[in-house]
Design a protein around this ligand. Structure first.
Ligand code: NAI
Length: 272
């Protein structure tokens, strides 16, 4: 432990259960001395185990549907009250596609579901930032991070409409990050994480194969949820003050690997 976040206050979205990337992040932020409010959609609070995490990290939980501006306004105001001041870090760790969940193919979407998924997975990031921005809720040199996946840049057929949502999310990080940087000296980045066995991750069709393939392809193997939590801690810390508007690949080198010996070997074996 390095006390990297001592004295810093934040909001962490998306801890559903102990597999969630946000759950691991909350644990690591706590270990590094940061204080925070935990939040999730009301329905997720009923289903998940967030109270155990709150107890462990000495945090309060405020329900908020990230698509509701009213909920977000309440969340930001209450968080500042609870934490006794402005916010230094925010983690947006939210994603959901109803088309994926209901098994609709990318070429056969129900557009009401597409719209809902976009609202939850991407536009919610704009709503979170706009609420923080308008309420002057962020401290100077604060850091806002959202989690994304490489399907925003390259085709992964079963990632479905989440690929489009992630592309939109990453664009919002750049566009809003410009204004947050210029006007409030706050940085905004996305972390593009390896496939990770969580509730959201496992919803992707053929996830196990996907996970094993990425692991064999990446020179360092897949980054775990805990690795992602550590990277996010670094992004919240003062050690990364000049990093903003970036999509940061956190994937053991997968994104820059054309093919690996392991994958080629398995492929050739399959041909025999
Ligand atoms: P998770 O299922 O544990 O977390 C997703 C969270 O989104 C849940 O806590 C859920 O309650 C929350 N959520 C859904 N609808 C919401 C709403 N309307 N308002 C507020 N919260 C809502 O899964 P995971 O994997 O930890 O997901 C976190 C982020 O990481 C997501 O953005 C996901 O796309 C991203 N990611 C995940 C990868 C994976 O393979 N698991 C890979 C790369 C990125």
């Amino acid at each position: 432990m390095y006390n990297l976040l001592k004295g810093k206050k934040g909001i962490i979205f998306g801890a559903l259960d102990e597999n969630s990337i946000a759950w691991k992040t909350a644990e690591r932020v706590h270990e590094e001395g940061g204080e925070f409010v935990l939040t999730n959609a009301p329905v997720a609070l009923r289903m998940g185990q967030i109270n155990a995490l709150a107890e462990k990290t000495g945090s309060q939980v405020i329900p908020a549907d990230a698509t509701s501006l009213e909920d977000l306004e309440n969340l930001v105001e209450k968080s500042m009250e609870i934490l006794g001041g402005k916010i230094d870090f925010v983690l947006h760790s939210i994603g959901m596609s109803i088309n994926v969940r209901k098994g609709n193919h990318y070429t056969s979407q129900n557009y009401d579901w597409t719209q809902k998924g976009t609202d939850i997975s991407a536009m919610s990031f704009h709503k979170v930032m706009q609420t923080l921005y308008k309420k002057e809720a962020m401290n100077q040199w604060g850091s806002i991070v959202a989690l994304t996946y490489m399907a925003a840049q390259r085709v992964f057929p079963d990632y479905n409409d989440m690929a489009d949502n992630k592309a939109y999310l990453e664009s919002i990080a750049r566009s809003f990050g410009y204004f947050f940087g210029k006007e409030k000296t706050v940085r905004v980045n996305t972390i593009s994480q390896s496939p990770t066995p969580t509730t959201a991750g496992s919803g992707v069709k053929g996830f196990d194969g996907f996970l094993a393939y990425a692991d064999k392809m990446a020179p360092l193997g897949n980054a775990s949820a805990l690795d992602c939590a550590n990277y996010t801690v670094a992004m919240f810390s003062d050690l990364t003050r000049m990093v903003t508007l970036q999509n940061l690949f956190h994937d053991g080198g997968f994104s820059n690997t054309g093919v690996s010996d392991d994958v080629m070997e398995a492929f050739v074996k399959g041909l025999e």
